[in-house]
Design a binder for this molecule. Sequence first.
Ligand SMILES: *Cc1c(COP(=O)(O)O)cnc(C)c1O
Length: 382
Amino acid sequence: MKKIQMVDLQSQYEKIQPEVDKAVHEVISSAAFINGPEVKKFQNDLEAYLDVKHVIPCANGTDALQIAMMGLGLEQGDEVITADFTFAATVEVIALLKLTPVLVDVDPKSFNIDLDALEKAITPKTKAIVPVHLFGQAANMEAILKIASAHNLYVIEDTAQAIGADFTFSDGSTKKVGTIGTIGTTSFFPSKNLGCYGDGGAIFTNDDALAHIIRGIVNHGMYERYYHDVVGVNSRLDSLQAAVLRLKLPHLNDYCNSRREAAKYYNKGFSANQHIITPVTEKCGEICDTCNCHVFHQYTLKITNGKRDELHKHLLDQGIPNAIYYPVPLHKQKAYADERYNEADFEVTNDLVKTVISLPMHTELDHEQQDHIIETILNFVG
Ligand SMILES: *Cc1c(COP(=O)(O)O)cnc(C)c1O
């Protein structure tokens, strides 16, 4: 059996090695390392793939979130609501910009922001909502847009884990996540679903004026060379990364499908066990073949017999990588704890941190590996 890895980037690279090596060498021989033609070409390709007017590449997914909030002109004291159960980057940039983060509980099935909790958290100071499409699953954007428009709020979609996922509206139409709210952001960190070979990120919007503002912010606030109209940052996707991403983008749908197939196979393997809850997609109730609302950045089980931590150790002992995403809810992290928060409001995240476990999930998993993982888990959980 091939060695099991949490994410197998080597095997994925081997399949596209000749093209990638050629593209990388071309960038090196052209010496157009920064803002070379590859960046613009990738930007155009991604705009076409997502069906969005503007893609603005930047240095990483955390910058993308920060720049999105700067572009919207959010100011000190403005409240920004996001999920308590996400990677820290989402709340970190809110705090860095001296905005007020408001963390809310998540839905126990989808792990995405809880709509009732979201609505309850809105105050006259609320300016924006940051839904995170966690683990690759589209948040309920139709409901979120409705809430946002009723309260005149911006929607910033954190799509770092879900690029390529579709959201299906109740009229049957679909849109790529990240292109539905006011603005979307993503990360091209190597292990993300569309990963480069270093750091990278991007911002998406259909708003021409906002795109213009953001193109200046990523480049030191310059709209005309050496005239700095606003305080900006230096955040660029370099040409080498853009060349890699441009070659990987045509494979993204296949990558998403491989992950969904692997998820289905896991789900089947675990379906009969009463102590294991497999991922449930919010809209469909199962991993359906008719929509692509979940692209399985992570495959995350809930272990309900209190033995999650023991299972985590047992699997590591057996050479099966696995991870706890996330072990502490954000409202309990030292950096973000606040006496405004009331434990009774975080029933779900407080439970998830004790029950979730993420299994190996990537584009190169085979059935032999998955059978071994499933059997080892079932034998242990009983
Ligand atoms: C990875 C990630 C980010 C940050 O992306 P970087 O490129 O690592 O800065 C932000 N939000 C979420 C939900 C992520 O998973």
